[in-house]
Design a protein around this ligand. Structure first.
Ligand SMILES: Nc1[nH]c(=O)nc2c1ncn2[C@H]1C[C@H](O)[C@@H](COP(=O)(O)OP(=O)(O)OP(=O)(O)O)O1
Length: 192
């Protein structure tokens, strides 16, 4: 499933022109749509529920629960489905927390990840083939075992500030530049 061409991406890129490589601007403003993914993080106020990825992309990393948006689904439906598939729980108060765009020097298609937050859920977090769920106190989030961008946007997430970030990776996993805006970013309604 492909991402919508988000108007905020262009304005964020313009405001941070000094750090964004030209090829990224060309890619993000060009015809190639983003790949659309979801990420759900349960936050009970003092702890977050993360999963240790057991296989595939990002194996060994702790992350929220999520995956690709499938044809015919809304982003929210995909987020709910992935949370149930990967952690065996259903969020009761899921809200949009932010949007992340990842660009890669070794993949021409940017990824657009819609991040959701929830504090209440039904069911018991259960290990699945894909993820092993673990609670972490806010002060003990294991950033050294997470994607390199996470340390930059978790503070906004934990303070419940809406965030928009654009991140540039080299060789898939090395973060080389980023921009992050919090709070006042205007997101088009169709992004919800
Ligand atoms: N740099 C990054 N930082 C981060 O915090 N989460 C990232 C990330 N790059 C990808 N993700 C998230 C988005 C998504 O929830 C997950 C990647 O999804 P996957 O490629 O593993 O998709 P899946 O294989 O789960 O998809 P399905 O096959 O649809 O289940 O990791």
């Amino acid at each position: 499933m492909l991402g919508l061409r988000a108007p905020w991406v262009s304005s964020v890129l313009r405001r941070h022109a000094a750090v964004v490589p030209d090829f990224v601007r060309t890619t993000l403003e060009g015809p190639q749509p983003n790949k659309l993914l979801t990420l759900v993080i349960i936050n009970d106020g003092s702890r977050v529920l993360l999963g240790r990825k057991k296989r595939g992309f990002g194996e060994g990393y702790y992350n929220g629960f999520g995956g690709k948006v499938e044809a015919g689904e809304t982003v929210r439906q995909a987020a709910e489905r992935e949370l149930l598939e990967e952690a065996c729980i259903t969020a009761e108060d899921m809200t949009e927390a932010g949007v992340l765009v990842f660009t890669f020097d070794d993949n021409p298609q940017p990824w657009e990840v819609h991040v959701f937050s929830a504090s209440r859920f039904r069911g018991e977090p259960t290990e699945t083939d894909e993820m092993a769920p673990v609670w972490f106190n806010h002060m003990e989030v294991p950033f050294n075992q997470m994607w390199a961008d996470d340390v930059h946007w978790y503070p906004a997430f934990l303070q419940q500030k809406y965030f928009c970030g654009v991140f540039g990776f080299r060789e898939t996993t090395k973060l080389v530049w980023h921009t992050l805006e919090e709070g006042e970013v205007q997101v088009a309604p169709e992004m919800a």
